[in-house]
Design a protein around this ligand. Sequence first.
Ligand SMILES: *[C@@H]1O[C@H](CO)[C@@H](O)[C@H](O)[C@H]1NC(C)=O
Ligand SMILES: *[C@@H]1O[C@H](CO)[C@@H](O)[C@H](O)[C@H]1NC(C)=O
Ligand SMILES: *[C@@H]1O[C@H](CO)[C@@H](O)[C@H](O)[C@H]1NC(C)=O
Ligand SMILES: *[C@@H]1O[C@H](CO)[C@@H](O)[C@H](O)[C@H]1NC(C)=O
Length: 683
Amino acid sequence: MKYLLVFCLVFSASYAAIDEHRISLIERKFEDLARQLMLTELAMGERTRSDYDSGIKQIRNTADGTKSYFDQTHTFNSVCSIHEHSNNDRTVGMGEFTASLNGVEFRTRHNDYRLRMPHRTSKNYHWQEDIPFPHVPPSVLQKRTLPEQIKELHNYFRAFSFQNFHFRDYRPYFKPVLCYLEGTWTADTKTLNEPFESDRHHIDATSWFDLQEKIRFTSYTGGKHYLENFSYLPTTIMNMVNGTPEYAQWNYRIACHPLKKDLPLSALKPVDDMAARIGHRWNITRFAHSRAARFVLAPDFNGNRNKYQWQNGYGSFPDRRTSINSVLDWVMSEIPGKDNYPAKLHDTTFGMRILDPRVRNATELNTGYYHRYFRHERKGAMGTFNAHRGYSDRNLFVAQTSNPNVAEMKIKWCGRDEHTHKPFCKEEGVRYSYAIPLEIIYLNPLMSWNPYNLEHISDRRKKYIVTKDGRNGGLTHAKAYNGTSYEKYYRTPVEFYQTAHTTVDKDAADTARGTVGVLDRHGNVKRVLSSGVRITLPDIPGVGKIRMRYPIMPITSEGNQIGKEVEAVKDVLNHLETMGAYLQERPSSLSGGGNAKADAHFRTSVTNQDPPGHHFHEMFIPNEDMLDLGKGHKITVVTTTDNSHDHKIEVSYDQHTHKYTIHKCDGQDKCWDGHTAELFRLE
Ligand SMILES: *[C@@H]1O[C@H](CO)[C@@H](O)[C@H](O)[C@H]1NC(C)=O
Ligand SMILES: *[C@@H]1O[C@H](CO)[C@@H](O)[C@H](O)[C@H]1NC(C)=O
Ligand SMILES: *[C@@H]1O[C@H](CO)[C@@H](O)[C@H](O)[C@H]1NC(C)=O
Ligand SMILES: *[C@@H]1O[C@H](CO)[C@@H](O)[C@H](O)[C@H]1NC(C)=O
């Protein structure tokens, strides 16, 4: 019995030893596997980084065509799916897109971001402030009657549209704001954080896990949630600490920054995104006036080389050259990373000081702000001081942060002390975020001008007052809105956009541009238009249409050989006169170059039905179809996507009244959201 007990004890002890040995073996194997997974992710990231620049990759496809260029890339009808929600006070309409930032590819929800900027005094994570709207010029407010005020305000818009600050100094009242896409690995992998506010969209999931499951499902079925509230945001293993993986969750936001000084329109020039342009059969001027156009910033602010073309509302400048520290670098360098405006950080990893490339002396760069160039103290292996962030990423702007909400990347490194020459080793951790520019938006005085002194309900919880008792913005006392709110932001008198003495109802197309009734403080109905952010303002008498949003987002495909070759070929073909000599055999003749028959451009009437809210749609009808319409045939077109939906419309043409009308809308006699049968020809 005694022996048996001893035997048992010895046996179980050795058994436990085997167990412990096995567990530590499994732990080691597990760590090896996790490390291998990290390396696989690195390989995928490296692959993406060498294939693509940071930028916008794709928007949602809404229609197909007989050629691939009828399909969406980063643009087609509208770049990055930008649109208007000008009935909201500070909402900027932007749909879903796929983007890549430093090799991390992700897909956004329907964005509709707000004009908000990082906090000016607090470093707290994602604390933001509203961007102040420009004031109304005092010379306008001094005028006693409304027509006089309108006339004087027109002068400011005229000065802006001619970029002539001698006529009226428009610069304090037309403030450029740079909105940007920012992404980073965050440390919180448990609770889902809404990265930025939208009045209209929120991520529809309870946790990151829930969101991933929903995205996986829609990817599997190819389906789509009709409200566009899902985003695809990857996760990663950031570090291995004593055999335990530290996970990180990718998240992004869109925020804005008011530029410190004026950005002349002469420093913006359209980019030829030829697929979308040929898909619409537009020449470059026509394309540049559409919402499909992107712009590029000039190499420098230099006013002599940047020529402003007032007829077009953009500039032209010599741009076939290399540049460092261009206008884009200057404006991006005003934007802080996740430490907000108080950011003050220096990166000294590997014992190297990172210097500001813009100054000659050895000033340390504040790496808490976005930059893509920096200087090294010592000459690098290639004998240069200047370095670019990323191995080959033209568009990669980075900023350091100290915020613990951003996942830390750790590194062990060894060196020698500069003075004592003693070797040492240390472990350091840094946190970075990445950004690309999205668009420049010029704010204007209409955003704060309130000539009828309409009551604004600023408390969001009380917005119901405005629409109480079935008020829908109709032009009668019973139906007019009672004051304005953040999502019923109508305060621009309709006369601002009309020629003098024309009654409001005369031109159906103009009134339909969203004239609504709002009660003033004395209960009188005032006819007003929405005053929020627009891509292009409606026609202003004596001024014309002015573009207010200039998309400047870079795209991913220019980061590889194909993209660069195509861009070179496009330049030669577009500029045969000056660059034709690069062709190995010159074309003997080009047939007349005719494109007289551009697509006809239409829009529907405005509807105020809610949901889906104040909006209209546009559509483009090719010339062949216009000829068929003339012969009495009906043709089918799909409208642009606005307020997250489109319509399939059967159009007919009446040869007697010369009117184009909606015959069927989504197969029904009437559009479900209240567009009338009328169609308005824009050009
Ligand atoms: C989804 O987006 C719609 C707007 O299209 C919004 O009204 C709704 O609140 C969002 N749903 C969720 C659950 O976030
Ligand atoms: C471009 O097309 C528009 C009409 O869409 C036309 O008015 C303009 O003259 C054209 N410009 C050139 C340079 O052909
Ligand atoms: C470097 O030059 C800047 C102005 O360009 C100046 O403000 C700064 O004090 C200088 N720093 C040093 C270390 O000389
Ligand atoms: C409009 O709203 C105000 C409160 O903001 C209220 O006092 C007033 O009675 C309302 N007017 C009408 C006509 O409902």
